[in-house]
Design a protein around this ligand. Structure first.
Ligand code: OGA
Ligand code: MN
Length: 292
């Protein structure tokens, strides 16, 4: 069967079906998914119970998987394969974390609007997040469309942004959350990355307002002025009309393009189990992003 798409929002996001993600993808399926990602930026797949190996195999058909922030934290992980990122509140022994666990800090950082790994160069292309256990309430994931956010900027602001670039730093969200006890080695493990505030999406050629909470400086600007401007731009980009809210069901697989969207997790009762698994690949030349 061929890929089918059902829009879920006026601007972006479609429910995708017609392809079995547990099986090897044909080249034409990969191209059709890339074309859909260029158009919709977020695809929601329902009822796709993927094993760890199947999620890796599906994701790797698009590009080599990246470990992201594991470069900094180097913790012992619950999931044996380092290509899987454990988006959960579960400890190595299978118990729900203590409230003040460092792992919960990562979940809180995920509740700030961000693009995965925008603090690296190359940055993340797609992320794939698969739901295994969800709390009875809350814990949604929200996405915003940075193309629409760009298109609706006032003309004068677009002109001002044209020549500006922001620096994105991996530990900025942690510092914001009151955690700055890092060694020099950790602080330097991922050198900051610089991205223009308006970028062109390589697949769709659409202009994107590339902001997000990892952006902590504007090149050449005083810090305070930059932070206020970045926070205004983020507020613009995340207005409700640009946002889709995903209410998870077990077996959902949501994939998004980090170059054209931001996302954030939403609050939930931390004493309830929430388990998702993420895979991410970067925008590297060997990624399989052709749409035709
Ligand atoms: C992620 C992320 C948000 C969530 O997996 O990259 O930001 O709702 N997740 O868990
Ligand atoms: Mn994320």
């Amino acid at each position: 069967m061929a890929l089918q798409l059902q829009p879920l929002h006026p601007l972006f996001v479609a429910q995708a079906s017609g392809i079995d993600l547990t099986k090897a993808l044909r080249d034409e399926d990969i191209k059709a998914i890339n074309a859909a990602m260029n158009q919709y930026a977020v695809l929601v797949w329902k009822n796709q119970p993927l094993s760890q190996e199947q999620q890796i195999a599906f994701s790797e058909s698009f590009g080599p998987l990246d470990i992201g922030l594991k470069r900094v934290f180097k913790r012992k992980e619950r999931l044996p394969d380092e290509r899987l990122i454990d988006i959960s509140n579960v400890d190595l022994d299978g118990q729900i974390h203590r409230r003040d666990s460092p792992k919960n800090l990562s979940s809180f950082a995920n509740q700030l609007w961000h693009s995965d790994s925008s603090f690296m160069s190359p940055r993340a292309a797609y992320s794939m997040l698969h739901a295994l256990v969800i709390p009875s309430e809350g814990g949604n994931t929200e996405f915003c469309d940075l193309r629409a956010a760009h298109d609706e900027l006032p003309q004068a602001l677009k002109a001002e942004l044209k020549d500006l670039s922001a620096e994105h730093y991996a530990l900025h969200t942690r510092i914001l959350l009151g955690d700055d006890a890092y060694t020099d080695e950790q602080k330097k493990a991922i050198p900051p990355a610089v991205w223009p505030l308006i970028t062109e999406h390589p697949g769709s050629k659409r202009s994107v307002l590339f902001v997000g909470v990892h952006a902590h400086k504007i090149i050449g600007w005083p810090i305070a002025e930059a932070r206020i401007f970045l926070s205004d731009l983020l507020e613009h980009a995340t207005q409700r009309r640009f946002v889709y809210t995903h209410e998870w069901e077990v077996g959902d697989m949501v994939m998004w393009d980090n170059r054209s969207t931001l996302h954030r997790g939403r609050r939930y009762d931390l004493t309830q189990r929430r388990e998702l698994r993420r895979t991410t690949f970067n925008d590297v030349p060997e990624a399989n992003l052709a749409a035709s």
